[in-house]
Ligand binder design. Structure first.
Ligand code: PLP
Length: 426
């Protein structure tokens, strides 16, 4: 599926049925797989043959869908996880453990911030958070000898800042570490971070990829481009024998294209078990089949609404990078030429109280801790997803107290504008 366009990959990549096989991907709803001899099975355990033995590690349905996402992102290997949180945890923990350090962008999703700043810190991994707008000197100063990765989001949730991926990739590579990009909001339809130097991409597939609010899930994709073997001291887990897997050296056995994902599957999935259910993978694939069409409409609707909000007297500010007046417009032109996704954030005049009152009046847009699906919904992060943060942390995360995050769905844009209009007037 190399020489076809991304729309064709949305439909056809990942699963190619043989003669007389199901046209739609089969849901292999089985925990385990049968073998004729113990020798056959032993080879799988030794990673000498590829095949399935237990769905905690791998399942064919999941692999079809992961292969489709790898094709969409232009990667060499991918794995599904039970959630976006699991994807980001595995993506980092696969190369950074106790005693290591990671540079992360401060505007990342609140759940990821908490995972890094609290839970992973408790596990001994230290994080330095830098502003997406930091100077080169500030970015440089964030690195330490034990830094193992740089982490950011293409479009930050909910700050909607567009990351200068090339700049962060350059800094990461100058220090011999990979750039991990959470591409959830952009999806590969709007941006493929590997083209700009990112090495690993993660997704909360719960959002646009599923797109119907039906299944929680995540995905990790490897570009296969980062050469771990150039830095064997930094990445011993990939470059030296894994005693928990019969001394396999992942980079030797699976090459640069397969080492990172195989290690994450063989060690992290085996021990931590955050597998996606095959049923959810099937639902995710249905979403992927229309991702290209849906993203187009999400972007068109959101742009129309962002323009409407910009001219409304009860709105104090609008953040949407496809607006020419936006601070990130130039970055969006470069990284998101097809559109800036369906999420718009704005401030309601009158601050926190007014924002809450406005949201109560909405009829079509419902209040949800969710974004990026077919139904329009909104959230006041300061009183929901980000409520564990103090005012200083909120500012660093790019979330002000009056911020309303509006996830524009696939309804008729004029109907949505009418709904916003009556609520803002009230
Ligand atoms: C939602 C989200 C996550 C977490 O994903 P879950 O599927 O909810 O675990 C991570 N990153 C971003 C950018 C998100 O929007």
């Amino acid at each position: 599926m190399k020489d076809v366009n991304i729309e064709t990959k949305c439909i056809q990549a990942g699963y190619v049925p043989g003669n007389g096989e199901p046209r739609q991907i089969p849901i292999i709803q089985s925990t385990t797989f049968k073998y004729d001899t113990s020798e056959d099975m032993g080879k799988l355990f030794d990673l000498e043959a590829s095949g399935y033995f237990y769905s905690r590690l791998q399942n064919p349905t999941n692999d079809y869908v992961a292969a489709k996402i790898a094709a969409l992102e232009g990667g060499t290997a991918a794995m599904l996880t039970s959630s976006g949180q699991a994807a980001n945890f595995y993506a980092v923990f696969n190369i950074a453990s106790s005693g290591d350090h990671v540079v992360a962008v401060s505007t990342i999703y609140g759940g990821t911030y908490n995972l890094f700043a609290v839970t992973m810190k408790r596990m001994g991994v230290d994080f330095t958070f830098v502003s997406p707008y930091c100077t080169d000197e500030e970015l440089e100063a964030a690195f330490r000898p034990n830094t193992k990765a740089v982490f950011g989001e293409t479009i930050a949730n909910p700050a909607l800042v567009v990351l200068d991926i090339e700049r962060f990739a350059g800094a990461a590579h100058a220090h011999g570490v990979p750039l991990i990009i959470d591409n959830t909001f952009a999806t590969p339809i709007l941006c493929t971070p590997f083209k700009f130097g990112a090495d690993i991409v993660t997704h909360s597939t719960t959002k646009y990829m599923d797109g119907h609010g039906a299944g929680v899930g995540g995905c990790i994709v490897d570009s296969g481009k980062f050469d771990w073997t150039k830095y064997p001291d930094k990445f011993p887990g990939l470059c030296t024998p894994d005693e928990s897997y019969h001394g396999v050296v992942y980079t030797e056995r699976f090459g640069l294209g397969g080492a990172y994902i195989t290690k994450a599957t063989a060690q992290l999935m085996r021990d931590l078990g955050s597998i996606q259910s095959p049923q959810n993978a099937f639902i995710l694939n249905l979403g992927l089949e229309s991702l290209h069409l849906r993203m187009e409409r999400h972007c068109a609707n959101a742009k129309k609404i962002a323009e409407y909000l910009s001219s409304n007297e009860n709105v104090s500010w609008v953040k949407y990078s496809a607006l020419p007046t936006d601070k990130d417009y130039a970055l969006a032109q470069k990284y998101l030429p097809k559109g800036s996704c369906g999420v718009v954030s704005f401030g309601v005049k009158g601050g926190r109280k007014a924002a809450e009152a406005f949201m109560k009046k909405l009829k079509l847009a419902s209040i949800e801790t969710h974004v990026a699906d077919a139904r329009t919904c909104c959230l006041h992060p300061a009183s929901a997803t980000h409520r564990q943060m103090n005012d200083e942390e909120l500012v660093a995360a790019g979330v002000s107290a009056d911020l309303v995050r509006l996830s524009v769905g696939l309804e008729n844009a004029d109907d949505l504008i009418a709904d916003l209009d009556q609520a803002l007037k009230a």
